[in-house]
Design a protein. Structure first.
Length: 196
């Protein structure tokens, strides 16, 4: 191996070097790195602005009380939904997002699954989805609830991964609506049992 390494080392000394045009490539790389840092600064500035705007909205403090919902997720939800005071019930939010389950029928036969309607606002659906995924990680109640849905017995219709996420989207929208309507903060069910 040593002999091969020496031969390779000698070959590298004469074959690899700076070729014509390398200065241009180096300049382009440095420009791309500079552009990347500029974009990072702009994103940080936008995030600061969004945090300030979310703090100004009265409804946001109730939504932010849900463990796992960040400022950016709350901003996305409120930006797509507008004021939650304009809605009469949580079903309107679910329908607006297009996460309401629909039955699929063809020729009088029903299919086993009930997919989302996916009508209305895809950006709202994406915003709710991106808010739900951290909830499974950071909110023990959501995680336990999702586990119960997956591990139900066969006669109780257990849900697969996508169906659980769809149900979680609807649960998050219902929860946000209830918190804003009642002007209450999120309380863990464990804390309610202890204090109640």
């Amino acid at each position: 191996m040593r002999k091969k390494l020496r031969v390779l080392h000698q070959a590298v000394q004469t074959s690899i070097g700076i070729k014509p045009g390398a200065d241009g490539v180096a300049t382009e790389v440095s420009l791309l790195v500079h552009r990347y840092h500029l974009i990072e600064e702009q994103v940080a500035r936008i995030v600061k602005t969004l945090v300030l705007l979310v703090d100004r909205i009265e409804e946001s403090k109730y939504i932010l009380s849900i463990p796992g919902v960040s400022y950016l997720k709350a901003a996305a939800l409120l930006g797509e939904l507008g004021s939650l005071k304009d809605y009469h019930n949580a079903k309107q939010l679910i329908k607006m997002a297009g996460t309401n389950p629909i039955e699929v029928e063809s020729g009088g036969k029903r299919h086993g699954q009930t997919p989302m309607s996916k009508k209305r606002r895809p950006r709202l659906r994406y915003s709710a989805w991106s808010a739900v995924i951290p909830l499974f990680r950071h909110n023990p109640e959501f995680r336990a609830w999702a586990k119960r849905l997956r591990e139900r017995p066969a006669h109780a219709n257990p849900l697969n991964g996508r169906e659980v996420v769809g149900a979680a989207l609807n649960r998050l929208l219902r929860l946000a609506f209830a918190l804003v309507k009642n002007k209450t903060f999120y309380l863990s069910p464990h804390l309610v049992q202890v204090t109640g």
